[in-house]
Design a protein around this ligand. Structure first.
Ligand SMILES: Nc1ncnc2c1ncn2[C@@H]1O[C@H](COP(=O)(O)OP(=O)(O)O)[C@@H](O)[C@H]1O
Ligand SMILES: [Mg+2]
Length: 223
């Protein structure tokens, strides 16, 4: 394989909005359904994805659908240069930012991406803290456009049935430059601890609750 990988991040400056969970759901679905070689780079210093990965590997035989590598943000660019072309798709799990605009290491991670998917949970604080993040992505889009590089970012509402502020959140974010997916994800037990060995689309409930969102993801990010 020598074609450059598609690099995607499910990211938001906020923690606890579903970045890691949705990363695993999308990565395993792409690996299983499309036979793609998928890597998740875990840059979150809390290492939640790598921990979940190691735990599950201890419990199960066989090969997981995706690979996971834990890397500090500084190492990512060098890693991508050296090993990036071994993969079709790479997801980067980006750490939570305390001050999105000052956090250069994290901003650089976003610049490595072809696309960013922003989970939003419908609460006022979450929406407000997403504004700075959207601004960074708009700058990235402009900078990349100068070099003829496509960069796309979209938001989506996660845990839709849990919160009351969804429509308002979508409205405000759209006004502030974040295009929103027409599909969202509900809060469901099947999403809480996704597996690295199976795709959520393999279960009937998973297929019913995830496939429209997944199809929109593939369409919008050209996968
Ligand atoms: N759609 C969802 N349905 C049910 N639980 C969810 C959903 N999205 C996230 N969660 C749960 O919320 C918590 C935070 O999700 P996580 O992916 O770790 O967030 P982040 O990576 O943004 O910090 C986890 O316990 C996860 O299982
Ligand atoms: Mg996380």
């Amino acid at each position: 394989m020598s074609k450059a990988p598609k690099i995607i991040s499910v990211a938001n400056s906020k923690g606890g909005v579903g970045k890691s969970v949705v990363t695993i759901l999308l990565a395993t679905a792409l690996a299983k359904e499309k036979g793609k070689k998928v890597l998740i780079i875990d840059c979150d210093n809390q290492g939640s994805i790598s921990d979940m990965y190691e735990n599950e590997k201890e419990l199960k035989d066989g090969e997981p659908l995706v690979e996971v590598d834990e890397l500090t943000p500084r190492k990512v660019q060098t890693f991508l240069k050296r090993f990036g072309n071994d993969y079709d798709v790479i997801f980067i799990d980006i750490p939570r930012m305390t001050d999105a605009k000052k956090d250069n290491a994290t901003v650089l991670l976003l610049y490595n991406c072809d696309g960013v998917l922003v989970p939003v949970v419908g609460s006022q604080v979450d929406v407000l803290s997403t504004f700075d993040f959207v601004e960074i992505m708009e700058e990235a889009k402009i900078d990349k456009k100068e070099m003829d590089i496509d960069f796309r970012f979209y938001g989506f509402i996660n845990r839709r049935n849990q919160r009351k502020y969804n429509e308002e959140a979508e409205e405000i974010l759209k006004k502030n430059g974040l295009k929103m997916f027409s599909n969202s994800l509900p809060d469901l037990k099947i999403f809480t601890t996704p597996s690295f060995y199976t795709s959520i689309l393999d279960s009937a409930e998973g297929e019913r609750r995830f496939s429209d969102f997944y199809k929109e993801f593939k369409r919008k990010f050209k996968l």
